[in-house]
Design a protein around this ligand. Structure first.
Ligand code: ADQ
Length: 464
């Protein structure tokens, strides 16, 4: 395989494993091939500082043998391409939230097209003929088409980290056909789950008259693309190693000391409406109402990292969370017990394994999620001799793999409360048996499996 060129909205130093996310996922493949990682610098500059809007400066730096190349965006493009179209249209619709999408602002679409074209223009001169290009996520759907338009013939793959909704939901995006046509400029499309792949297949057959051509190959818009599910995993050993670190140990001991007489329930999320946080709090309220033996005992630690705060739906969610938390604590709290510890800040990744290990139950209950890596991290952090229980939404991509979790419908707060009660009382033998199977599963399809399987398939795929 030639040099790997990864492209994603944000770029991180792949040597910094504490950064988590794509940095861990791509580090191996990037460093093996002396790769290049290209994306937005994270800087939104005023036009007077950086020229005309969108024409950001290119920054090159080295992280070991990996080259990091980033471009600045104008403030206007940040607001329109990133907040407006990517996170105000694509994110809500792909998470089935048509009610939260704002289709009205034409300048958002224009900026989405413009930034993808800018990325193509800035990336093309850095490419070598035998590079293999791997583009990530919904911000960059048309990038392969833009690269092809300026003469790039390299192999190009795409991986969608978020769900792909069913055809009729996707069709609510006025530009749905343009977006889906753009996917056919890739050689390989990777989805998180079979359900997403199934939606893709139904869309292209129903809306674009495509015929599936044998397994995983589709022809439409005069091009052929291969599409498959590659559920993303975590680096189980790296997370376990992080768990042996000083900060994780310290966190674990602090939690045990603070909550010695309590049972801990844990939620770790970005504060995002896809994560089902109000519903989770309501299920916890139902637990305290219907199973009163949990009062003065069960404590929900909910860490919700701030995210996209300038988008209205996120500000509304923040207020809603504060309201529900206050109501539960007001109704049930005692002088020596607060039922919900709600922390609206991000937590260092180094502390996460300690938090996970100290908790009897993890609540991973999104309304819709591409995968959800917190579910897998929770499993990896447990003591196999005395593991906690994972309560997992059936609407997370991870539910296709993690069958031994307690699967719940997060909209059904009563059934979710029952599952939490079951988790709190699960016998040790059952906890161990479930955990062992879950751990085997996340080890088998870990993040190294994910990237090597994807890249192997990309090398075989014949688009065109
Ligand atoms: P996210 O929606 O960000 O990612 P998720 O997979 O849950 O969701 O988390 C990604 C990483 O962020 C995990 O390593 C997690 O530990 C960390 N994280 C989340 N909340 C945190 C917090 N409060 N404090 C510290 N760290 C936190 C998108 C998709 C997911 C998909 C991933 C990867 O929405 O469905 O699983 O990409 O493909």
């Amino acid at each position: 395989m030639g040099r790997l060129v990864a492209v994603s909205n944000r770029v991180a130093d792949p040597r910094n494993h504490a950064a988590g996310g794509l940095a861990v996922a791509l580090a191996g493949a990037l460093s093996k091939t002396g790769g290049l990682w290209f994306g937005w610098s994270g800087r939104a500059v005023e036009p007077s500082h950086g020229g005309t809007p969108g024409e950001g400066e290119l920054h090159l730096s080295q992280a070991g043998n990996v080259t990091l190349a980033t471009v600045d965006l104008s403030r206007e493009d940040y607001e329109t391409y990133y907040l407006g179209y990517s996170n105000g249209v694509l994110w809500p619709v792909f998470h089935y939230r048509l009610d939260l999408a704002n289709f009205d602002v034409g300048s958002n679409l224009t900026a989405y097209r413009r930034v993808n074209q800018l990325f193509a223009r800035k990336l093309a001169p850095l490419l070598k003929p035998d590079d293999v290009i791997w583009i990530h996520d919904y911000h960059l759907i048309p990038l392969a088409a833009d690269l092809r338009a300026i003469g790039c013939g390299q192999r190009i793959g795409f991986f969608l980290h978020i769900p792909l909704p069913p055809p009729l939901i996707l069709a609510a995006i006025p530009q749905h056909e343009w977006l889906m046509r753009a996917l056919f400029a890739y050689d390989l499309l990777g989805f998180q789950s079979q359900a997403d792949l199934d939606h893709f297949s139904r869309y292209v057959q129903g809306e674009a008259g495509a015929e599936p051509m044998g397994e995983y190959r589709f022809r439409a818009f005069h091009r052929t693309v291969r599409a498959q599910a590659f559920p993303i995993g975590i680096d189980v050993d790296e997370f376990a190693e992080l768990g042996r670190g000083e900060e994780a140990q310290e966190t674990y001991e602090m939690m045990l000391a603070q909550y010695a007489r309590r049972r801990l329930l844990l939620g770790i999320d970005r504060l995002d409406y896809s994560k089902g946080l109000p519903q989770r709090l309501k299920a916890f309220h139902t637990l305290l109402t219907e199973y009163p033996e949990n009062r003065s005992s069960a404590t929900l630690v909910q860490i919700a990292a701030p995210s996209r705060e300038s988008v209205d739906a996120y500000a509304d969610l923040r207020r809603e969370m504060e309201g529900i938390t206050g109501a539960i604590n007001g109704e049930f709290g005692e002088l020596d017990w607060m039922p919900v510890r709600y922390i609206h800040r991000s937590t260092s990744r180094r502390r996460l394994p300690g938090l996970c290990r100290a908790s009897s139950v993890a609540l991973v209950t999104p309304l819709r999620d591409g995968m959800n890596l917190v579910a897998k991290e929770y499993i990896a952090a447990q003591d196999p001799d005395d593991p906690g229980v994972l309560v997992l939404s059936r609407f997370a991509g991870a539910a296709e793999q993690l069958k031994e979790a307690l699967l719940v419908n997060p909209y059904d707060t009563r059934a979710t409360a029952q599952a939490i009660q079951q988790a709190l009382h699960m016998p040790l033998a059952e906890r161990r048996a479930r955990h062992q199977k879950l751990l085997e599963g996340i080890r088998h399809q870990d993040v190294h499996w994910w990237s090597s399987e994807y890249l192997r398939t990309l090398m075989e795929a014949e688009g065109g």
